[in-house]
Design a protein around this ligand. Structure first.
Ligand code: ATP
Ligand code: MG
Length: 174
């Protein structure tokens, strides 16, 4: 799977709509402290279904919505759009939107879907919110310090078999 494009609106410090094209290969994000590098990575995790506010450096899920500054009012919603090309060359556009008091909603290619459907798209693609392909500050140290079972989970994700566990769990609950 390859990320082609990312659009953010009202997400954390990205108050005005911003659009980024991501070319093939390794992408690095550079810039001064506080310019939004980590927020960008969090936006990718979030649109892929991240459900833990803690890993988004927030107390609650609504903390991803632009909170306002001295000169700008807060926003009522945050939206992230990710365009990806899947392993079988299919183009997918995944949208996650959160409104204050209304929770998150997802769309895939314009259709309303469940969080679970989005999780499956990215779990099967060996990517997703916890993908080893997304390396944030401190992540390198986490890999080195990980317990064997945790490291196994990282490797399973990298190898693309983590989706099988999601499917198995899903089948077991039916
Ligand atoms: P560093 O180089 O220090 O790691 P960075 O480029 O990774 O910095 P981020 O952590 O992505 O920077 O961005 C931090 C900025 O985002 C802070 O100014 C913070 O106030 C702002 N920010 C985070 N959440 C929100 C929010 N909900 N509303 C408005 N601004 C926010
Ligand atoms: Mg940072």
């Amino acid at each position: 799977m390859r990320i082609r494009r990312l659009k953010l609106s009202g997400f954390k410090s990205f108050v005005e709509p911003a659009e980024l094209r991501i070319d093939p290969g390794l992408t690095g994000v550079v810039g001064p402290n506080g310019c939004g590098k980590s927020n960008l990575l969090e936006a990718i995790r979030w649109v892929m279904g991240e459900s833990s506010p803690k890993s988004m450096r927030g107390g609650g899920m609504e903390d991803v919505i632009f909170a306002g500054t001295a000169s700008r009012p807060p926003r009522a919603f945050a939206e992230v759009v990710i365009q990806v090309q899947t392993a079988d060359a299919e183009d997918l556009e995944v949208v996650r939107r959160i409104e204050r008091g209304a929770g998150s909603a997802y769309r895939v290619n314009g259709r309303d879907v469940r969080a679970k459907d989005v999780a499956l798209i990215f779990a099967d693609a060996a990517t997703g919110a916890h993908s080893p392909a997304l390396v944030s500050q401190g992540r390198i140290a986490a890999v080195i310090a990980a317990k064997p079972a945790e490291r196994r989970a990282m490797l399973e994700e990298a190898a693309g078999i983590a989706g099988l566990h999601v499917r198995r769990k899903d089948a077991e609950t039916k």
